[in-house]
Design a protein around this ligand. Structure first.
Ligand SMILES: O=C(O)CCC(=O)C(=O)O
Ligand SMILES: [Fe+2]
Length: 347
């Protein structure tokens, strides 16, 4: 499969990568990022952990950790609907949230996360025992992903010719409350749901679509996929759907490049200059896939209180054409999008 996306190596000197980064952000909204410091063995361990959780935990046990108002927990096969016009997504996921990226603590209680107390109430966002047992690698992974995200954001700041190169970094501080979520996802090979019923209600239902067409909400999304488990597709330009291939790292022993895309918030913040591209997950009919698709995703958001007034850059100003979008906070932006997606959960 040919690769329609750029691959940038963030371990290379800054001035050799920023042009490609900006070009990808402005024209495609997606790219591959190599030169992160994840080893293949490390990422294999994470995927093994994810498959252990999804395939070895009984359904009723998973329900005990069902997604809550903090966007933390397990989403089963009927919870999420990324494209509201279509059937529900046939996939399952587990969201880790309320992470302090300085200490690596995750699923903290609300009071502790917001700094109202030092005491953690572990029952509020309970961690399944398998993840509790492996909390070390989960913490390390989230911290590392956050550092990589900051590096990419700093490169974008330079590419956008913003005077203060820490503009985004200062608004994504690791220990401040934000909408950041670390997520494990599984799309089973065979779908077992009431598709017939869904088809009768809506003849447009396509059983091969596993995550409906959508854009991401935050600033950046970083994703690991596995060889032989493709399925992510993008809507770019006037082309129909473009497949994201699997590509290998240029670094010996390293995990594959991260798939990185820009979310609605960053697009809003840059007057639409950076693209938040529509994507979905689809299994091709009749393909010779032999395993489920697993992905590991990190959704990056700025600190909740961040005011989304346009980024101070001439490129951003020009993109706005003199029109200033309404200044809302990052939290307001996120809440609006979450309310649309989880229509069945009351906030
Ligand atoms: O699993 C994937 O490849 C894509 C997931 C995704 O787009 C999402 O969860 O927002
Ligand atoms: Fe997405």
């Amino acid at each position: 499969m040919s690769n329609p996306l750029k691959v940038i190596d963030i371990s290379k000197p800054e001035d050799t990568v920023i042009e490609d980064l900006l070009d990808a952000a402005v024209n495609q909204g997606f790219l591959f990022v190599d030169g992160h410091d994840f080893q293949q063995a490390e990422v294999d361990t994470l995927f093994d952990l994810s498959s252990d959780f999804f395939t070895k935990t009984p359904g009723e046990e998973k329900q005990k950790y069902e997604i809550n108002k903090n966007n933390i927990g397990y989403t089963g096969f009927t919870t999420e609907q990324l494209d509201p016009r279509k059937t529900r997504d046939f996939k399952e996921g587990y969201n880790f949230g309320f992470v302090n990226f300085k200490t690596g603590e995750f699923n903290q209680s609300e009071d502790r996360y917001y700094g109202r107390t030092d005491i953690d109430n572990a029952n509020e966002n309970p961690v399944p025992p398998l993840f509790e047992k492996n909390s070390g690698i989960i913490s390390e992974t989230t911290r590392k992903l956050h550092r990589i995200a900051l590096k990419i954001l700093e490169l974008i700041t330079v590419a956008l010719q913003v005077e203060d190169r820490r503009f985004f970094v200062d608004r994504h501080r690791p220990e401040e409350p934000s909408g950041c979520v670390f997520r494990m996802l599984r799309y089973p090979l065979i779908r077992e749901d009431d598709l017939e019923e869904a088809k009768q209600a809506n003849p447009d239902v396509d059983p091969t679509i596993r995550a409906g067409a959508h854009t991401d909400y935050g600033s950046l999304t970083l994703l690991f996929q596995r060889q032989g488990q493709q399925g992510l597709q993008l809507q770019m330009g006037d082309k129909d759907w473009v497949e994201v291939p699997f590509v290998k790292s240029q670094h010996e022993g390293s995990a594959p490049p991260l798939v990185v895309n820009f979310g609605d918030l960053l697009s809003y913040w840059t007057n639409g200059l950076l693209k938040s591209t529509i994507h979905r997950v689809k299994f091709s009919p009749g393909e010779t896939r032999t395993s489920d698709r697993y992905s590991i995703v990190f959704f990056v958001h700025p600190e909740n209180a961040t005011q989304l007034t346009p980024v101070p850059s001439k490129l951003v100003r020009d993109a706005g054409g003199g029109i200033e979008p309404t200044a809302i906070t990052a939290l307001e932006h996120l809440n609006q999008r979450l309310a649309d997606t989880y229509a069945s959960i009351n906030y």
